[in-house]
Design a protein around this ligand. Structure first.
Ligand code: CA
Length: 233
């Protein structure tokens, strides 16, 4: 089959919400399979080989985080989680277990679609050549030459600031948790040194944001981490 529509697996026990997601996402050009429990979801993920999984964290039989761990044993399929407001910790655990992004209930269609599209785009990019140039608004990063420009003017970054920026670029549009950033930038034993991250993120914002207190690119995801915003996400 040539270019079939992307197949989404929706794992959600709330029948009304599941139906709503099926209709909405179906209207936006996705094929849908669904599951109402974690066990069923894992089985469907294995049998249907979906392009992306939309996973509710609060399932009747199994913790959503466990569903991600199980799926990650054999698959890199992008996973976007749906979480309730009182599931902050679960949300971070799910992202650290390998989920790609999240939306918090109640969420808007546009937000969910943006998260799904970014995650699908990353999955496609991961199969091809990495891009050598990153652009978002006035920000322009030549990754092969290691040159960062803002409004056409070169900006000098320290090695750590540059590493922090390129790590966010690797996840562009997706959320990155504090511990993921700390591990990637400072190494495996730095997960709890979150003050480093705050300090360097502030420095980076001062250099790259016209209003560092109201960042356009380097956005805080409260209680979770950071997101490098692109135009559409
Ligand atoms: Ca639920």
């Amino acid at each position: 089959m040539a270019n079939p529509l992307p197949l989404l697996l929706i794992i959600e026990d709330d029948a009304k919400l599941k139906r709503f997601l099926e209709i909405t996402l179906g209207q936006h050009g996705f094929r849908i399979v669904d599951a109402a429990t974690g066990a069923e979801g894992i089985l469907r993920a294995a049998n249907h080989n979906p392009d992306l999984v939309v996973l509710d964290l609060g399932l009747p039989d199994m913790d959503g985080v466990e569903v991600i761990r199980r799926i990650r044993e054999w698959s890199n399929v992008p996973v976007v989680i749906l979480s309730a407001r009182d599931q902050e910790r679960d949300k971070v655990a799910a992202l650290d277990a390998g989920a790609d992004d999240y939306v918090t209930k109640p969420f808007g269609n546009a937000e969910l679609l943006a998260r799904i599209r970014v995650a699908l785009r990353h999955a496609t990019l991961a199969k091809g050549q990495p891009a050598a140039v990153f652009k978002a608004g006035a920000l322009d990063v030549d990754l092969s030459a290691r040159i960062v420009k803002l409004d056409g003017q070169e900006v000098h970054l320290t090695p750590i600031e540059y590493k922090l920026l390129t790590t966010l670029i690797a996840y562009a549009g997706k959320v990155v948790t504090h511990s993921q950033l700390l591990r990637k930038v400072w190494g495996p034993n730095s997960e709890f040194e979150s003050q480093y991250l705050r300090v360097y993120m502030n420095q980076l914002r001062k250099k790259l944001e016209s209003e560092p207190a109201k960042p356009k690119y380097l956005v805080t995801e409260p209680g979770v981490g950071y997101r490098l915003k692109m135009g559409d996400a």
